[in-house]
Design a protein around this ligand. Structure first.
Ligand SMILES: Nc1ccn([C@@H]2O[C@H](COP(=O)(O)OP(=O)(O)OP(=O)(O)O)[C@@H](O)[C@H]2O)c(=O)n1
Ligand SMILES: C[C@](O)(CO)[C@H](O)COP(=O)(O)O
Length: 237
């Protein structure tokens, strides 16, 4: 059975507001995309790494994949207009994979994914069709509508999802096929697609890591520079 890592780098980084997509920004002497490429390429259980890149930037992504991917990034393909469309582009690219292939989908915007997180995802995929990486929330999180609190779920039932998210590829394909028939489809992650369209599929949540932050806003670049500096000094980021 094969295991494929897909690094989703199809976004443009609107919230960071830089001139280039944020995954190309230099942090600690390396483009953000280069970190996760290196981590997945170095993991002994990953057979194949693919990168989904924003339109117009596939050549530079290929250069980064060649520089940091230890020869293990087989394909760099063009993404879509939304994260889900980029996942769909990856699924199309992986059309030849048998249904039991394990696929890990990771945000390029999370440079400091660890081998330990990958290990936990793959261990969970031995018994589950879908796996998410999550951390408890330290804030109180509420649902708000029209400026008023509508619901206050107990905090200990909440988890902040990170990536990678892992699946038996047949399950993810099926969820996206069902989503394609829904005119109201919208999702912020891949587990959300499985949860909505295949509600009987249990999604196992494994422990994430605070270092696995998503570079989303300008302040996150400052934090990422700090974490990259620790890694360069030989410490865990
Ligand atoms: N059309 C898209 C949009 C997003 N992503 C990827 O999904 C991950 C999470 O998305 P996000 O952090 O929102 O990245 P951007 O879409 O680039 O950021 P923004 O929403 O601020 O524009 C990122 O690695 C991003 O490159 C993608 O592959 N294809
Ligand atoms: C997939 C994700 O990183 C899980 O937290 C998140 O949903 C991505 O959201 P974004 O708005 O595309 O950054």
């Amino acid at each position: 059975m094969r295991t494929v890592a897909v690094i989703l780098a199809g976004g443009t980084g609107r919230r960071i507001g830089a001139a280039t997509p944020k995954q190309l920004l230099d942090v600690g002497g390396r483009p953000i995309l280069g970190y996760s490429v290196a981590t997945f390429a170095a993991h002994p259980a990953i057979d194949d790494v693919r990168v989904v890149m924003a339109r117009g930037h596939t050549s530079v992504a290929r250069e980064i994949a060649d520089r940091y991917g230890a020869g293990r990034v087989s394909r760099v393909i063009e993404g879509g207009a939304t994260r889900s469309e980029s996942t769909l582009a990856a699924l199309r690219d992986l059309a030849g994979e048998p249904d039991d292939t394990r696929v890990l989908l990771h945000d390029a915007a999370r440079p400091f994914v660890t081998a330990g997180i990958v290990d936990r995802c793959l261990a969970a995929l031995e018994s589950f069709e879908a796996v998410a990486v999550g951390l408890p929330t330290t804030d109180t999180v509420v649902a708000v509508e029209d400026g008023l609190v509508k619901a206050m779920p107990p905090r200990d039932t909440l988890s902040r999802f990170q990536t990678p998210q892992g699946f038996r590829i047949g399950t993810l394909r099926k969820a996206y096929e069902l989503a394609a028939a829904d005119p109201g489809f919208a999702a912020t992650d891949d587990c959300g697609v499985v949860h909505r369209y295949l509600p009987d599929v249990p999604i196992r949540v494994v422990e994430g890591d605070e270092r696995n932050l998503k570079v989303t806003h300008p302040l996150d670049i400052v934090i990422a520079e700090h974490l990259a500096g620790r890694a360069a000094d030989g410490e865990a980021p």
